[in-house]
Design a protein around this ligand. Structure first.
Ligand code: KG4
Ligand code: ZN
Length: 346
């Protein structure tokens, strides 16, 4: 049974995971989040330097936790994109170094395919066909998935502007809440009334593209509301009402996509899938529509190395040819297939 080491460094998390046959053997995660907080967002140079410091210790930790040695590894997978260019480069360079030194195949992996594959580690193999709602800090996409290792990924819709997580981060800033904004709004919203303010549900009018998203107008609506209401801000009510608008829009479109395509499994993945209201509403609406909802544990929703190892494991088991060692980081890679840099394709 091949053992795959996976490395993720596309943003501010240095993640390493070890997976064999769909099972997570051990993982480790370091984050430079605190170093970015005072800038209100991730600073690529700081993230890249932090990856450089953390990558070797995280690989050691993951090996220790899995109770294995370098000699037990059969393949190395790394995020090759999308992400912050310098950050991706550090993880990819480390993966190449391990692959070269250990004489192992290298697999460049698309970060978003990793988010989708994360759920395999929690709930087993993916069904023949599924729909994935990927909601992260940089992406919001509704995807039609078949065999993640072999088949193309079909985009049903993406965001026209801000990603869902980006909207959480920006609205948190407007409310004076810390970065990253998603967890801060999630916590604050528990004390607020989600019906207090009727924020818009973007792109849900009849005639709007059914599976596309747009969150920049919603962020502006929150900013306008704040401008029009001087005095102490009802932060909890704004947080809860904003969160409700995002959760309502995301889950409505995702369940519609399942129904329209006659698909009975929805994967909810990416950092925003850690949101308590998004999870609850998705559960309710999927149950009502007869759709099986699969959501990984929150620690597998946000960026981690295990999810990249999970894709590497699928690719190895599907006999997909490895990537060349000349593979470069692709910061803007669009998700068309899970592997990046198969020979003959680049
Ligand atoms: O998937 P991820 O860790 O990194 C990217 O690939 O972008 O997602 C990070 C995003 C951030 O925007 C963060 O605010 C958001 O996920 N996030 C949340 C929650 N936890 C993380 N958003 C809403 N509620 C949460 N509980
Ligand atoms: Zn991510």
């Amino acid at each position: 049974m091949p053992v795959v080491l996976g490395i993720e460094t596309s943003c501010d998390e240095t993640g390493v995971g070890i997976v064999a046959d769909g099972v997570l053997l051990g993982d480790a995660l370091a984050t430079s989040m605190d170093e970015h907080a005072r800038f209100g967002g991730v600073v690529p140079e700081i993230a890249a330097r932090a990856h450089l410091h953390a990558i070797t210790p995280m690989v050691r930790h993951a090996l220790d936790r899995a109770g294995i040695r370098f000699a037990d590894i059969d393949a190395v997978a790394a995020t090759a994109g999308p992400g912050l260019a310098t950050a991706v480069q550090v993880g990819l360079a480390a993966a190449k170094a391990y692959a070269l030194a250990l004489g192992l195949p290298l697999y460049g992996v698309h970060h978003l395919a990793g988010h989708a594959a994360a759920d395999i580690l929690d709930h087993g193999p993916l069904p023949e066909r599924s729909i994935a709602l990927i909601v992260s800090g940089g992406h919001t996409s509704l995807l039609l998935l078949a065999d993640l290792a072999r088949d193309p990924v079909i985009h049903l819709g993406d965001t026209a502007d801000d990603a869902a997580g980006e909207a959480f981060d920006k609205v948190a800033r407007l409310l004076g809440l810390p970065y990253p904004g998603g967890p801060a709004i999630d916590a604050m919203a528990r004390h607020g009334d989600p019906t207090a303010i009727a924020f818009p549900r973007p792109m849900t009018a009849p005639g709007d593209p059914p599976y596309r998203f747009s969150f920049s107008g919603l962020k502006t609506a929150v900013a306008r509301w704040i401008e029009r209401h001087p005095g102490p801000l009802p932060v909890a009510d704004i947080a809860a009402s904003f969160q409700e608008a995002v959760a309502d829009t995301l889950t409505r479109k995702a369940v519609d996509a399942c129904r329209d395509h006659d698909i009975d499994t929805l994967l909810l993945v990416g950092g925003v899938a850690a949101n308590s209201r998004v999870r609850t509403l998705a559960e309710q609406r999927c149950a009502a529509a007869g759709v099986t909802l699969r959501v990984p544990a929150p620690r597998l929703c946000t960026d981690n190395g295990a999810m990249i190892a999970a894709v590497g494991d699928l690719l190895v088991r599907a006999d997909v040819p490895p990537s060349p060692l000349s593979l470069g980081a692709d910061p803007n890679a669009r998700l068309t297939r899970a592997p990046i840099g198969e020979p003959g394709r680049w």
